[in-house]
Design a protein. Structure first.
Length: 260
């Protein structure tokens, strides 16, 4: 039988890299894509050196032509697309008005439009693979709007809604769509980021923590469907508070931790 396959964006470093290594170790045919060719070369060397199978390629997630070419190439080699992991993303922190408008637009382009374009393009390959899944990287910053992370959190809130809608729509195609929700993760993305919440809550998760969370989430096929998977104690507590607490209380808690 053909081994299962996974297509991962933003795979050259951080969460994407850790996820690619984990799935390769578990016998998956891995597709690792990024704009960082050097990082992809290092990843491929490590995976093949351990006996895994990987195909890499340059992918700008905002470019629909890139998506079409890379997905078609990967599917031709793997013969199937079991899991699409929309991991690529960027982050910029600071007071909303001090961040250039072009940076706000880039956050939307990469974090949201990139997911929409990629998932739309991947549909034909997912549909042809029984039991296919899409994993979207969300963020605990989307549970309630975070000061100094306004546009980033807004893109992740949109990913939450997109995930829920597609999980409903694509159930008839046997495609499961889920989101994983870490808080701050010790990767290059948060290097130099100093907000009220990073100072008060710290950066407690590793890329491996999130990779393991993605692996576990894709293993679970409960009778009652589950769409959202919080990673780490902090994210789980914030999600519970937002779900059951009154809005004023959730706002107060977020104001306290953000020191705003």
């Amino acid at each position: 039988m053909t081994r299962p396959s996974v297509f991962i964006t933003g795979a050259a470093a951080g969460i994407g890299r850790a996820t690619a290594l984990l799935f390769a170790a578990q016998g998956y045919h891995v597709g690792a894509y990024d704009i960082d060719e050097v990082g992809l070369t290092r990843l491929a060397t490590e995976i093949t050196g351990a006996g895994g199978i990987v195909r890499t390629g340059v992918l700008d997630v905002t470019n629909d032509t890139h998506w079409g070419e890379q997905l078609a190439d990967f599917h031709a080699g793997a013969g199937r697309l079991d899991i699409l992991i929309n991991n690529a993303g960027i982050l910029r922190a600071g007071p909303f008005e001090s961040i250039p408008l072009a940076v706000h637009q880039a956050l939307v382009d990469v974090n949201l439009t990139g997911v929409i374009v990629g998932t739309h393009t991947a549909f034909q390959f997912l549909k042809s693979t029984p039991g296919a899944q899409v994993v979207n990287l969300c963020s605990a910053s989307a549970i309630y709007g975070q000061a100094e992370l306004a546009s980033y959190g807004a893109t992740k809130s949109a990913i939450k809604s997109l995930t829920e809608a597609l999980d409903l729509e694509w159930e008839r195609h046997d495609i499961r769509v889920i989101a994983v929700w870490p808080l701050f993760v010790a990767t290059a993305m948060v290097d130099g980021v100093e907000t009220g919440t990073t100072k008060s809550l710290g950066v407690r998760l590793t890329a491996d923590d999130v990779a393991n969370g993605i692996w576990d989430a894709t293993r679970k096929r409960a009778r009652l469907p589950k769409v959202h998977y919080e990673i780490g104690t902090q994210a789980k507590l914030f999600a519970l508070a937002a779900k059951y607490g009154p809005n004023w209380a959730v706002r107060t808690v977020n104001k306290y931790f953000s020191d705003s």
